[in-house]
Design a protein around this ligand. Structure first.
Ligand SMILES: N[C@@H](CCC(=O)N[C@@H](CS)C(=O)NCC(=O)O)C(=O)O
Length: 109
């Protein structure tokens, strides 16, 4: 079973979680707060979340995890087949990540 390492307040964690839910895949959530300990770095080389645990090992970086899920797992495709429509969806996701969610973090406290 796929394992999702991370914590729920992370937008990146939630991007991967939503992809897994959208595809209706079984997965286990593993609380993981990353950091720079040897144990954490063995799972996540930069000490970041999310990480996807797969039978062969660990995959990090959201932009790598999402296409991996789409390419290897059943369920509805996460992106449109048409290149222009796909670009529009990816641009919207990038807009939310860079220009809405990251600045909004300043108000989390
Ligand atoms: N480029 C990474 C960024 C991930 C990232 O910044 N995650 C944050 C949480 S939202 C994190 O792990 N922060 C803990 C830290 O940097 O020590 C990705 O897209 O997965």
């Amino acid at each position: 079973m796929l394992k999702l390492y991370g914590f729920a307040v992370s937008n990146y964690y939630n991007m991967v979680k939503l992809a897994l839910l959208e595809k209706d895949l079984p997965f286990e959530e593993v609380p993981f707060y990353a950091g720079q300990t040897p144990e954490a770095l063995a799972i996540s080389p930069r000490g970041k979340v999310p990480v996807l645990g797969v039978p062969q090992g660990f995959i990090n970086e959201t932009a790598v995890i999402l296409p991996y899920i789409d390419d290897t797992q059943p369920g509805p495709k996460l992106l449109p087949a048409d290149p222009f429509q796909r670009a529009r969806v990816l641009a919207l996701a990038k807009e939310i990540e860079l220009y809405i969610e990251l600045p909004a973090r300043a108000s989390f406290a």
